[in-house]
Design a binder for this molecule. Structure first.
Ligand code: IPT
Length: 973
């Protein structure tokens, strides 16, 4: 092969990170650029040096070819590399996409400097124009720019070829936990500048109002024009120029195209500072002038004045110890794989703001540039993470000098690109790559280049949370048990802020114990928050026919978390991959179509700016849990839910409170003397439009109990006789299956991957064999004793059915042997006949809640269609539970209904699926809803925890062995 680029075999040369690539900079060239996005000619070669005989087809750019009906499909692996070759090698079979298009360079660009920008290509990009090599680049998540001035002619047509090699030495350091794709995934631009141009602009803006703008100026022609200067204005006000620099410039007569750095310095009096709650931005326009005053180049920046520092073990933003309510987020889309529009990105961040997040870690690579603009504008603290994860070969690569350049290159280019964003408060060296000299080299570069921000790296922090010598200013563990974090904070040894870079793994039905985490964080100095893993369920939309995938990945329709009929959310293995990590890719707080999972409501409440501390002296104590804002942007209504079925509402006044302050507020109503148990909820909404929420958006709904339940009067005996069959099973016209004992739930991902469900199976809890021991009939009651045998133990179950006015009272007990020391649930399960469609309940809701995830579901009178109770987690599993249910009815306009009264607040679920239906299915399209309702009433239900990756639930949420008792009354409506 004669092509010198290919002759280097750069895909197996980690030392080669680029050739012919321009230095990274922070000048935004998107405005005024020529978009090269659209249909390109495309062919997919089996390897980079394969013969070019493949015919051309068409491909949309930007867009991964793995999502566009080629033979190369998406593949999901977490840690394991998708090919066997060891670093720095690539496999022989190495899909290589040749993208080609005509390039018509505008005639009016004559005499200008012409630059190509490729937004992102994975994993090696080779650029040719008219067959001439122009350059190469690596790093699948950062743009690469190439100067085309010498190789194109304004007014003429050239052929631009971008060759993308999928697997390379770089793949070994891009081993992140998401889908593998190939292609160009961000926009391609062509732009022109004057030969005299801004090569970079660095902005530093402090909360004092101090503003420094440093402009690197180059002249492509090397003509050394005299008398050029830089001006800058802030929101239209001209800022002072730096006379000292002009002098330096005049003296500089070297023959380089680098002309020097122009500086602007000023102090903005009375500056409005930037923080995530009030992201005040100023518009900075930097202009580079020729000697005659005409403008040669312009760069626009949005500037936020703010300070970030670490003081002792506190991370401070503008001097405040802020809580970091963070989430990890990938650039993901269910139709494109990776390519996101501005609107998609905005929708992601708006949703995060609405659910109480104030921080994002760009796991595990620099995100699309639009992300940072939006984070600045909407108010999110960003941990900006470099594109380095060598998970499968972490130990060898961290110290491998062949990769030294790549580490420094990736970290430094991220910093050069993103340094001007106020939202970026911390740099991260990458993820899961062990810790070695390559990291220290990159850290050294960052510390010199940008001393204004702390640096973190989990792999370094692992060496010791308090170790001063490692490349992490923050103790940023992942999935550390809460008790360990608290112990560290109390140890007297803590030297750095403790902010977990990953915690609370959101796979499937998860995020148990989030409330316990936040109770500890908010009450323990030294703990400052963390980043939930993660935002997205990375399900790719896939059309299926007869259980087999058809058509291209990402084609089809979806709505509300559910793939439309004939489609499914594909996860690892669904594209026929031999090596994959299954549903581990579906571990986010939103479904692939961005529908919130119920756990998001839990988070929203735990982040509530308005809290009710307590109820006393006929008033409530309110607290402002923000760091910078009062309550003036919020408004509230009160809602009083009474056990007798009433819900009263009215306007509530929020007091003026500074951050951290509390105030006693009298109740704006009288609590009715009757009505039983009473709960006050404040519905807090936005008083005016916010950038992320229109007026009236609910921000939180804090709640407090005003009156405890009043004991119910004993049921009046009477009613129809209780009937049971020969097996002691209740006969009832509305029940298709009688209440029996249930100890099993369809394993959640946490149950399964945390090793909990395997124990249940070993005990035989998924296939208990019921044997009736005795049936005793008295005049108004029937008592049934039964045994449920597992493989290693027997549970004794007693049911007493008593006829009461209008129905049947069921008193139950179950005795679990010591051996069954951790079961999913202890309770009753029964099935109704077809008919009931609506569930109405008094308890927590309206969304799904579980014992260790119940802080965000207020007690009240709720109702939902049975079909909407269920949460469609990508891999079917236990879902749809409601915590703290006191009573419920199941009804339909034209069918008989039933009402159930519980002895105390219980975990209840109503669904169209039995636990075994859910257990057996791998995807939703395999589930067939039953006509009746499957109803669970649990005396005890195990917490969810997060054991699919990280700590299990806390001991207090486990279901203990011994005797469990519960009672309920069933009536016909
Ligand atoms: C951790 C990874 O950093 C993250 O990318 C993701 O894989 C997460 O786990 C699980 O979903 S690494 C894990 C080995 C703790």
């Amino acid at each position: 092969m004669t092509d010198p680029l290919a002759a280097l075999r750069p895909w197996e040369a980690p030392e080669v990170t680029s050739w012919g690539r321009l230095p990274m900079n922070a000048v935004d060239r998107r405005p005024g650029a020529l978009s090269l996005d659209g249909e390109w000619r495309f062919r997919l070669l089996p390897a980079p040096q394969a013969a070019d005989g493949v015919p051309w087809s068409a491909l949309h750019v930007p867009g991964a070819w793995t999502m566009q009906d080629t033979d190369d499909r998406p593949q999901y692996t977490n840690v394991t590399m998708p090919f066997g070759a060891f670093p720095p090698h690539a496999p022989a079979a190495d899909p290589t996409g040749v993208h080609e298009r005509d390039l018509d360079v505008p005639a009016e660009w004559a005499g200008r400097r012409i630059v190509l920008q490729v937004g992102a290509a994975e994993s090696v990009l080779l650029v040719h124009v008219d067959g001439r090599p122009v350059g190469l680049s690596k790093d699948s998540h950062l743009a690469a720019e190439f100067d085309l001035t010498e190789v194109v002619r304004p007014g003429a047509r050239s052929v631009l070829r971008l060759t993308v090699v999928k697997w390379s030495d770089a793949s070994h350091i891009e081993d992140q936990d998401h889908w593998w794709h190939g292609g160009i995934t961000r926009s391609v631009l062509l732009y022109a500048t004057d030969p005299l141009h801004l090569a970079d602009v660095t902005v530093r803006a402090r909360r004092s109002g101090e503003l420094r703008v440093d402009c690197a100026v180059r002249d492509r022609g090397g003509a050394l024009p005299d008398g050029w200067y830089v001006s800058a204005d802030l929101d239209g006000e001209l800022l002072a120029q730096d006379a000292e620099f002009d002098r330096l410039n005049a003296e500089d007569d070297r023959g380089s195209d680098f002309l020097g750095e122009a500086r602007v310095r000023t102090v903005v009096p009375g500056v409005r500072t930037w923080n995530a709650e009030q992201p005040e931005l100023y518009g900075l326009t930097v202009r580079l002038h020729r000697a005659d005053g005409s403008v040669a180049d312009t760069s626009y920046h949005r500037v936020g004045f703010r300070d970030v520092e670490i003081a002792g073990r506190d991370l401070l933003v503008n001097g405040e110890r802020v809580f970091v309510r963070g989430i990890n987020r990938h650039d993901f889309h269910p139709l494109t794989g990776r390519t996101m529009s501005y609107d998609d990105m905005r929708a992601d961040l708006v949703l995060l703001k609405r659910f109480g997040f104030n921080a994002v870690r760009t796991a595990h690579y620099p995100n699309d540039p639009a992300f940072y603009d939006l984070a600045d504008e909407l108010g999110l603290y960003v941990v900006d993470e470099a594109d380095i994860e060598s998970h499968d070969h972490a130990h060898e690569i961290a110290d491998d000098p062949r990769y030294l350049n790549a580490f420094v290159d990736r970290v430094s280019r991220m910093v050069l690109r993103d340094k001007n964003h106020p939202s970026v408060i911390i740099w991260s060296l990458g993820n899961e790559s062990d810790y070695g000299a390559n990291h220290d080299a990159a850290a050294g570069w960052v510390r010199r280049h940008d001393p204004t921000r702390p640096l973190q790296y989990e792999g370094a922090a692992k060496r010791g949370w308090a170790d001063p010598d490692v490349a992490s200013d923050i103790a940023c563990p992942m999935y550390a048990p809460l008790a360990e974090c608290v112990a560290h904070a109390l140890s007297g040894e803590q030297t750095k802020p403790l902010i977990q870079c990953e915690y609370s793994h959101a796979m499937g039905n998860s995020n148990g114990t989030l409330a316990d985490h936040w109770a500890a964080i908010e009450s323990t100095p030294g703990l400052q928050g963390g980043f939930i893993w993660e935002f997205w369920d990375h399900g790719i939309l896939q059309r299926v026919s007869g259980g087999r995938p058809v058509g291209r990945a990402g084609a089809g329709l979806y709505d509300n978390g559910v793939a439309a009929p004939g489609h499914r959310w594909a996860y690892g293995g669904d594209f026929g991959e031999a090596t994959h990590d299954g549903a581990f890719v579906a571990d986010g707080m939103v479904f692939p179509d961005r529908t919130p999972k119920p756990a998001l409501y839990e988070h929203r409440e735990l982040a509530a700016p308005v809290r009710i501390r307590c109820f006393r002296h006929e008033g409530i104590v309110l607290a402002n849990h923000q760091h910078f804002r009062g309550f003036d942007w919020l408004t509230a209504t009160w809602e009083l839910a009474l056990a007798d079925g009433r819900t009263l509402t009215g306007p509530a006044e929020l007091p003026e409170l500074c951050p951290g302050e509390t105030a006693a507020v009298p109740l704006p109503f009288e609590v009715p003397a009757d009505g039983g148990e009473a709960w006050l909820t404040l519905r807090v909404t936005t008083a005016g439009d916010q950038a992320w929420a229109p007026t009236g958006t609910e921000v939180c709904a804090p709640q407090i109990r005003l009156r405890a339940p009043v004991p119910a009067p004993a049921a009046v005996p009477g009613g129809p006789d209780v009937e049971v069959d020969g097996e002691g099973l209740l006969l009832h016209p509305l029940l298709a299956a009688a209440p029996t004992l249930s100890l099993w739930r369809a394993p959640t991902d946490n149950d399964e991957l945390g090793g909990i469900a395997p124990r249940w199976r070993a005990w035989g809890l998924d296939s208990l064999v019921r044997k009736v021991v005795s049936v005793r009939r008295a005049h108004d009651r029937v008592t049934v004793l039964a045994e449920y045998a597992g493989t290693t133990g027997v549970v004794r179950h007693r049911q007493e059915f008593t006829a009461v006015e209008g129905g049947i009272r069921v008193d139950e007990s179950a005795e679990l042997p010591d051996r069954f020391d951790d079961v999913a649930r202890v309770g009753s399960v029964f099935e109704t006949v077809a008919g009931p469609e609506l569930l109405e309940w008094f308890g927590q809701g309206p969304w799904e809640s579980y014992p260790d995830r119940a802080a965000g579901a207020p007690v009240g009178h709720h109702s939902l269609p049975v079909d909407e109770l269920f949460t469609p987690y990508l891999r079917p599993q236990e879902s749809g539970g409601r915590h703290g249910v006191r009573r419920f009815t199941l009804s339909a306009p034209d069918a008989a209904g039933l009402a159930v009264e519980l002895d105390e607040p219980r975990q209840v679920s109503v669904s169209r699926y039995r636990a075994e239906d859910l257990t057996a299915a791998a995807h939703h399209d395999e589930l067939v809803p039953r006509a009746g309702c499957v109803v669970h009433i649990d005396a005890a239900h195990r917490g969810l925890g997060t054991a699919s990756c990280g700590p299990d639930t806390l001991p207090s949420y486990l279901v203990a062995p011994g005797v469990h008792r519960w009672s309920w009354t069933l009536r016909t409506l």
